[in-house]
Design a protein around this ligand. Structure first.
Ligand SMILES: Nc1ncnc2c1ncn2[C@@H]1O[C@H](COP(=O)(O)OP(=O)(O)OP(=O)(O)O)[C@@H](O)[C@H]1O
Ligand SMILES: [Mg+2]
Length: 323
């Protein structure tokens, strides 16, 4: 029916150790990314977005589940060895300062990403010039140091750097969150153009549902490390099925959307007891069972999922709604 996914994340659970305690940052997360497509990860601060991105990059050990990239298990060690080879996974972060060496002209940082097999100087230089054109950077910028560039220019350099080694997947972790709104759209469009030209896949991480919807084919909504809802981007952003996503949509003023009845309320002081829904303390619809039973993950007719006790797939007409 359809080709196998480029990236397959199954039952992913990640725990961090904090002193003698273990903090579960990600629980039972499932999604796939197909070649040339964008998967959006959205959720508030601390929901586990960066942790998932770092696990895909092989930078965080996995506690349970697995990540298959191009059919191969992504374990921290195996992956690190192959990082700069063509077709691999690269990353773009919110703050390009952290990935660009401040004491080197940006061209040097970008050229360092050329795969070993290609490191013939003239070829690298031609490729650098071509990439600067493609991300909309004047070639004169190549000799500049990162501090001399604007935030938007630095993020374009970071994109050029990520593209240099011909990756097939780029983890974009809040790549425009630190930029002025006027510059955000330009940088998002540079990413979109690069995707079209290279059949690239993105895992696009953001907290603004509107930005994530603009970039994504499929959206995964995270809350305290759990997937509360996923589905086609337009459905999740315009006809959210989970009360938490409804709250996110309500917080995103630019979307035209039907009014939603009281999806959130002030949190109750106590957390859910005995493994209830993580969102129960803030949910305006919470019933007794929501406090004690983790909701099942209900499949929706359009391939999405909703982890909510109140969701009734048979009564859901969302998938049939023309968006
Ligand atoms: N290195 C670490 N050690 C211990 N706990 C961590 C570590 N990194 C993240 N965490 C915890 O894991 C959880 C998820 O964090 P993560 O950074 O993945 O969230 P996020 O969704 O990217 O948030 P933000 O929107 O603020 O970037 C949080 O509770 C965070 O405190
Ligand atoms: Mg983060």
């Amino acid at each position: 029916m359809s080709e196998s996914p480029l990236l397959e994340v199954s039952d992913l659970t990640i725990e961090y150790r904090r002193g003698i305690h273990r903090v579960t940052a990600v629980s039972d997360v499932n999604f796939t990314i197909r070649a040339g497509r964008t998967l959006g990860l959205v959720g508030e601060s601390g929901s586990g977005k960066t942790t998932i991105g770092r696990a895909i990059l092989g930078l965080v050990p996995i506690s349970a589940g697995r990540i298959l990239f191009d059919g191969q298990d992504v374990s921290a060690d195996a992956h690190r060895r192959r990082r700069r080879e063509p077709g691999q996974i690269r990353a773009i972060f919110q703050d390009p300062y952290s990935s660009l060496n401040p004491s080197l002209p940006v061209a040097v940082s970008v050229a360092e990403e050329v795969p070993r097999s290609r490191r013939v100087r003239s070829e690298a230089f031609a490729r650098l010039s071509d990439l600067f054109d493609r991300v909309g950077l004047p070639r004169a910028v190549a000799a500049s140091y990162p501090a001399r560039l604007s935030g938007g220019q630095r993020q374009r350099v970071a994109i050029a750097r990520a593209l240099m080694s011909d990756p097939s997947l780029i983890i974009c972790d809040e790549p425009v969150s630190a930029l002025d709104v006027s510059v955000q759209a330009q940088v998002l469009n540079v990413l979109k153009d690069a995707q079209r030209a290279n059949s690239l896949s993105y895992c696009f991480i953001g907290h603004d549902l509107d930005v994530v919807r603009y970039m994504s084919d499929w959206i995964v909504v995270l809350y305290r490390g759990r997937v509360l809802e996923d589905g086609p981007a337009q459905t999740v952003a315009r006809r959210p099925r989970h009360p938490y996503t409804q709250a996110l949509v309500a917080a995103s003023p630019e979307l035209d959307r039907p009014a939603q009845p009281r999806p959130v309320r002030d949190p109750r002081p106590e957390p859910p007891r005995g493994g209830g829904c993580p969102f129960a303390p803030r949910c305006g619809f919470a019933e007794d069972r929501c406090w004690v039973e983790l909701p099942p993950v209900h499949p929706a007719a359009d391939g999405g999922h909703v982890a909510c006790h109140r969701y009734d797939a048979a009564a859901d007409t969302t998938a049939g709604v023309l968006l």
